[in-house]
Design a binder for this molecule. Structure first.
Ligand SMILES: Cc1ncc(COP(=O)(O)O)c(C=O)c1O
Length: 370
């Protein structure tokens, strides 16, 4: 079975993990420090990096550190993994969903501008599937309204915007290293930021609020949680990070093959290959009405040919949690259409050209039914 994604691991990763297991120091320690330094170096722009036990924790820690809470609204696209909205609820604030573009699946600055109210405190743009959001316009808007921008770059390690890596601007940007991401630490995440005072606060939120003095004395001036990354994950991340640019080049080559082979068809919407894309996922839209079949039948037809496709994602505002905030079908037509029509085709560095060819011919068979 060809999965829609699979982590790319070999003996170097296994040896790195073995070394940590044998060292006797498994939790946060020297590998975490080395991974943070390596990530800061990779991202560039002089930013500092702090790693976490998940991308979700990194996002939560930033919102908490900036004091986002009850009474506040945070603008977020209706199309993302649900973590992007759940972190807002976790802080006691309310998500304010906006629609996305049908092809890029990213938020559009006009939709964001229209959603700003007197209670808006922050915007969380999501770099969907590794494609950079048009950040210049978002930051200009945020500056005008004095809003925090927290970039959800969970899917965008290695993505570039205007020739610079996502995360290098100095504003808060969070990444995920979950096993289906472009590099993995098993579970894990990171924050890139260039603000020493906030980083100190975030370090407290990350680990029990603990502050240590030079003599090893300990104080807890404020609440903190338990969001630290273990050294086992960091050791894996150090090896994966060295391979990231190669992984992303392979992803792009596979995508180009997909784009060459998939036909133009009025029941099919393809993603676009833009500069700087890190191609975390290759997501298409299929118009089930035009094809005369539903998504489960399509998934079953692909399964018959040993292909597992994914669904990224159902529109978030239609989950029962978010309907409680008053959202309903019809609010965000593009996010809803994506939620209903999307399929994620297999894409990971371990794939071969013949795998892409096999998926393309399976999709062409579906299209030929129309
Ligand atoms: C867009 C987005 N945001 C946030 C997250 C959360 O990351 P993690 O799973 O590392 O907590 C993910 C992970 O899938 C994601 O895709």
């Amino acid at each position: 079975m060809l999965p829609f994604t699979r982590p790319t691991l070999d003996t170097e990763e296994f040896e790195a993990i073995k070394e940590v297991l044998q060292s006797g120091w498994l939790a946060t320690g020297p590998k975490v420090a080395a991974f943070e330094a390596a990530l800061a170096d990779y991202i560039g722009g002089g930013v500092q990096v702090r790693v976490f036990n998940s991308g979700t924790s990194a996002l939560e820690a930033v919102l908490l550190a900036y004091g986002i809470g009850p009474g506040d609204e945070v603008i977020v696209p209706a199309m993302s993994f649900v973590a992007s909205a759940n972190v807002i609820v976790r802080c006691g604030a309310a998500p304010k969903f906006v629609d996305v573009d049908l092809v890029s699946r990213n938020i559009d600055v006009d939709a964001v501008a229209a959603a700003i109210t007197a209670n808006t405190k922050a915007i969380i743009p999501v770099h969907f599937a590794g494609r950079a959001v048009e950040l210049d316009a978002i930051y200009r808007l945020a500056e005008r309204h004095k809003l925090l921008v927290l970039e959800d770059a969970a899917q965008a390690i290695g993505t570039q915007y205007n020739g610079r890596r996502i995360g290098s601007s100095g504003n808060p940007v969070c990444f995920s290293f979950h096993p289906n991401k472009n590099i993995t630490t098993i579970e894990g995440g990171a924050l890139a930021l260039n603000d020493p005072a906030l980083l100190k606060k975030i370090e407290g939120i990350r680990f029990h609020g603990i502050e240590r003095d030079q003599q090893g004395g300990m104080d807890v001036p404020a609440w903190g949680g338990k969001m630290n990354m273990p050294d086992v994950g960091a050791a894996l991340g150090l090896v994966q990070l060295k391979k990231l640019d190669g992984f992303n080049r392979k992803r792009r080559a596979l995508v180009q093959r997909y784009l060459q082979q998939l036909p133009k068809h009025d029941a099919l919407v393809l993603p676009a290959d833009v500069d700087g894309h890190s191609w975390h996922m290759f997501c298409i839209l299929l118009d089930w009405d035009k094809l005369g079949l539903n998504r489960n039948q399509a998934l079953e037809a692909l399964k018959q040919q040993a292909i597992a496709a994914g669904i990224h994602y159902p529109a978030m505002h239609l989950f029962s949690l978010y309907r409680q905030y008053g959202y309903k079908p019809g609010d965000f037509p593009n996010a809803e259409r994506i939620g209903e029509q999307t399929l994620t085709l297999p894409l990971f560095p371990g794939m071969e050209d013949k795998d892409v060819d096999q998926v393309c011919s399976a999709i062409v068979s579906l299209l030929n039914r129309a």
